[in-house]
Design a binder for this molecule. Structure first.
Ligand SMILES: O=P(O)(O)OC[C@@H](O)[C@@H](O)c1c[nH]c2ccccc12
Length: 269
């Protein structure tokens, strides 16, 4: 039974994407081995780079999304460079093609262009993909607790540890966050967006993070964040970092938008 099964209702976006991902994986052979670049410490960057900023930002690049449609920036490398210059602690790169317009090649290109750690943002369904992500240069991978069985989650977290990539385990509810911790997650993201309905409520992370604070090494508030006030509220609820994409990618100058979000626009202009 799927962790997202809800008793016969029409499948949500997350179920649809996960089903596609499982089919894609079953149909493709293992990837050829690659020479892996030197690892960058994702967790350390998030918990130590807080001086002078409200908290760490993982800034996201994607060309489109099911909730946001197309964004006006196709050069994800240029956007990633601008994010880094504006103070991003890490870059999140969507590598899903059909729904987000990304590719594994984007991960490689972004990583070569910046010095900060890079998160592979995708809908991974198997431990084999965690190993492949490491080979392609991911410093961290996203795992979605709501969409994975306990056994899968446990195995993928263990594989991430074994190959030396950080696993940011995302949950939308307290129950799934507890499953993530039980499966061995040390880095936990609370997604304000319900990936079944795509509805976003920024109160979600504020409510769930305090319940987890003492048991997670790193806490990340994800999705729908638009203002410095949103960041300060996340920090006060225990976040080490926030994951922000859409509100930056809608702007003509995403680097400037990140400075504005961090309240550092004048100091670094
Ligand atoms: O673009 P936003 O609303 O700022 O959100 C970024 C990120 O949290 C969101 O893209 C996201 C969170 N979890 C995901 C899982 C898969 C794909 C995308 C996501």
């Amino acid at each position: 039974m799927s962790a997202t099964s809800d008793g016969g209702a029409a499948p949500g976006t997350l179920d649809r994407i996960m089903a596609r991902k499982r089919q894609e994986l079953a149909a493709r052979p293992p990837m050829a081995p690659r020479v892996r670049p030197e690892h960058r410490d994702f967790a350390l960057g998030l918990v130590t780079q807080r001086t002078g900023r409200p908290l760490s930002v993982i800034a996201e690049v994607k060309r489109k999304s099911p909730s946001g449609g197309a964004f006006p920036h196709s050069d994800v490398v240029a956007v990633a460079r601008a994010y880094e210059a504006a103070g991003a602690s890490a870059i999140s790169v969507l590598t899903d093609g059909p729904d987000f317009g990304g590719a594994l090649e984007d991960l490689v290109a972004v990583r070569e262009a910046v010095a900060v750690p890079v998160l592979r943002k995708d809908f991974l369904v198997a431990a084999r993909e965690v190993e492949e992500s490491a080979q392609w240069g991911a410093d961290a991978v996203l795992l979605i607790a709501d969409a994975l069985e306990d056994g899968e989650l446990r195995e993928m977290i263990a594989t991430a540890k074994a190959v030396g990539v950080a696993a940011l385990v995302e949950a939308h509810t307290e129950a799934h966050a507890e499953r993530a911790l039980s499966a061995g997650a040390k880095l936990v993201g609370i997604n304000n967006r319900n990936l079944a309905t795509l509805k976003t409520d920024t109160g979600t992370a504020l409510r769930v993070m305090p319940l987890l604070r003492s048991r997670a090494r790193v806490l990340v508030a994800e999705s729908g964040l638009k203002s410095l006030a949103d960041l300060l509220a996340a920090r006060d609820a225990g976040a080490d970092a926030v994951l922000v994409g859409e509100s930056l990618l809608r702007e003509p100058d995403p680097g400037r938008a990140l400075r504005r979000l961090l309240g550092t626009e004048d100091a670094s202009a």
